[in-house]
Design a protein around this ligand. Structure first.
Ligand code: AMP
Length: 306
């Protein structure tokens, strides 16, 4: 198998200043795998849901080539549930409620096919679970990881152990500041890269994303959209497009990571156009290619130095 993603598969209630949606399908692994599915067919999810999770959605995921043998369905239990409300500045949101439900029972045991995956995406989850998946991976070519402030507050030591073992850490700007204790993102990056990862991706919502190695830095803007309906999952969709593109191309050099950042940004822009995973279920190749071309235009300029 090319890519294995561990993360939540969930129901979300979402409120923005302009609209509201209840019990839509979400979850980090759902967004990641759907975004990656436009670049590779050979991938699987490691997660758990209750028997309340819609069979239709599972069929939609399978139709996109996502293997669900690693998605446990627990009878009589409820799926992970998250609810959030966005501020007028939709880069900021408050979590209203998190019900772990089945997540409390997640103790991933990977099949042989999953253990031999070439690429591993550790979605935002308890670092203990992320480590369990990593322990079972045989010799992945690349491991990328997401996390959040909650784990920095509650499980920093374990989190640092996992961070030390991954090739790429993908977090947002406030998480990079919290993890490093540095306000400057340049200093934060250098401190985080010293913890182990070869690359750091810092997501800045509608303000784009930065890619750091020890020697180099690259910035990609986010596409200015007419209307942001729901930014939920944009970070995960970014990660899915990014890792899907890398796994498809097999090149982990800095220049190809720059392309992967653009692909991730393009996929994230689609994610924001409708509530939940809806937009990610209905994309086609031409739309994606067209959007990637928009990014090229967005940052293209000529200048004559005086
Ligand atoms: P993002 O907007 O990229 O941060 O992703 C939001 C998705 O992450 C939602 O679909 C939620 O179901 C899921 N989520 C929210 N809180 C958590 C959490 N504490 N652990 C794991 N997944 C979460």
């Amino acid at each position: 198998m090319k890519l294995v993603t561990v993360g939540t598969v969930a129901f979300d209630n979402i409120e923005t200043p302009f609209g509201k949606a209840d019990k839509v399908v979400g979850g980090a692994a759902t967004y990641i795998a759907l975004a990656a599915s436009y670049f590779l067919k050979d991938q699987g999810i490691v997660s758990v849901v209750g028997d309340d999770f819609p069979k239709g959605t599972m069929d939609d995921l399978r139709k996109r080539g996502i293997d669900l043998a690693g998605l446990e369905v627990l009878p009589g239990k409820e799926s992970f549930f998250w609810s959030g409300r966005y501020h007028y500045d939709m880069n900021a949101r408050d979590t209203l409620e998190t019900r772990l439900n089945v997540l409390l029972d997640l103790d991933p045991v990977l099949s042989e096919t999953y253990r031999s995956a070439e690429y591993l995406m550790l979605g935002n989850l308890d670092p203990v679970i992320q480590a369990k998946v990593l322990d079972q991976a045989e010799a992945p070519a690349l491991v990328a990881m997401d996390t959040m402030n909650f784990w920095m507050d509650s499980a920093m030591a374990k989190l640092r152990e996992v961070i030390a073992r991954v090739g790429i850490l993908m977090i947002n700007d406030s998480e990079a500041r919290q993890l490093s204790g540095e306000h400057s993102l340049v200093k934060a990056a250098s401190s985080i890269l010293a913890m182990g990862p070869k690359y750091l991706v810092v997501k800045k919502g509608e303000h784009g994303a930065l890619l750091f190695s020890k020697e180099r830095v690259f910035f990609a803007p986010a596409l200015p959209l007419d209307e942001v309906v729901d930014p939920t999952g944009a970070g995960d969709t970014f990660a899915g497009g990014f890792i899907g593109y890398l796994a498809h191309s097999g090149d982990h050099g800095f220049n190809n990571l720059k392309r992967a950042i653009i692909v991730g940004s393009a996929m994230a822009s689609f994610c924001c156009e409708k509530f939940g995973v809806q937009r990610l279920l209905e994309l086609n190749r031409e739309e994606i290619d067209q959007r990637i071309r928009q990014f090229v235009e967005l940052v293209d300029f000529d200048i004559e130095l005086v």
